[in-house]
Design a protein around this ligand. Structure first.
Ligand code: CMP
Length: 222
């Protein structure tokens, strides 16, 4: 437990207590952990796997974030009184979650000042990212949105391989469209173009950025 960054500041006694409160839950791929609008009485930390946070309209969805190992989610409905889940959460592969019931999570928040600070810092980072997404959706063209949308994934899911960066997620073109406010056909076209230019390559649904310099030029501030 100590190796999970979220719990790393806990003293041994607290760690023992948390370990006794945590529920471990395993999900298959493509399962909803919860739906937008549902009651929020649990908080989650990802032990392994990936979870997408998304909002749906009639026939489309927008992916707000893809979280991986060590990330937490579900804190909003738990911390805000009388509110419901602000978005839906679905596993993108087999995923194991640590689950804390609301009361236990609140106890932990009171017990350890580092925890609320961590949550606040992360919430601010996520707001920054969301602001960036709003800007991109408002001002950028589809190709730039796709390039930037993929690059947003690098921070959490990027693996450096010599001069290349592998985005360690299996993504369909539809999911990339959902991440970037575009449609699947456009993603297919742009990905083809970027591959032909030698900027990235796709193998088994995994994207590798092969020319970092050129890639960054795709969304250089104009
Ligand atoms: P909650 O509202 O309980 O359920 C959905 C969760 O998704 C939310 O808590 C946050 O943990 C997370 N979430 C909501 N909006 C965003 C966002 N824009 N970026 C990253 N995570 C988010």
């Amino acid at each position: 437990l100590q190796e999970v960054p979220f719990f790393s500041n806990l003293a041994y006694v607290e760690l023992e207590k948390v370990a006794s409160l945590l529920i471990t839950r395993k999900y298959e791929r493509g399962i909803n952990v919860f739906l937008e609008g549902g009651d929020g009485d649990e908080f989650y930390v990802i032990y392994s796997g990936n979870v997408k946070i998304y909002k749906e309209s009639v026939s489309r969805e927008i992916i707000l974030a893809i979280f991986g190992e060590g990330d937490f989610f579900g804190e909003m409905a738990v911390l805000e009184n009388e509110t419901t889940r602000s978005a839906s959460a679905m596993t993108l592969e087999e995923t194991t979650l640590y689950v804390l019931k609301r009361q236990d999570f609140l106890w932990l928040m009171n017990q350890t000042p580092q925890i609320p600070i961590k949550i606040m810092n992360t919430a601010m980072q996520r707001l920054r990212t969301a602001n960036e997404l709003i800007k991109d959706l408002t001002f950028r063209d589809a190709k730039t949105r796709i390039a930037k949308g993929l690059y947003r994934l690098v921070e959490k899911h990027g693996v450096q391989k010599q001069d290349n960066i592998l985005i360690d997620l299996k993504l369909t073109h539809q999911q990339i469209a959902d991440l970037t406010g575009t449609v699947r056909e456009t993603v297919t076209k742009v990905m083809q173009e970027l591959q032909t230019m030698g900027i990235l390559k796709i193998e088994k649904k995994r994207i590798t950025i092969t020319d970092h310099q050129q890639y960054l030029l795709l969304f250089d501030e104009e």
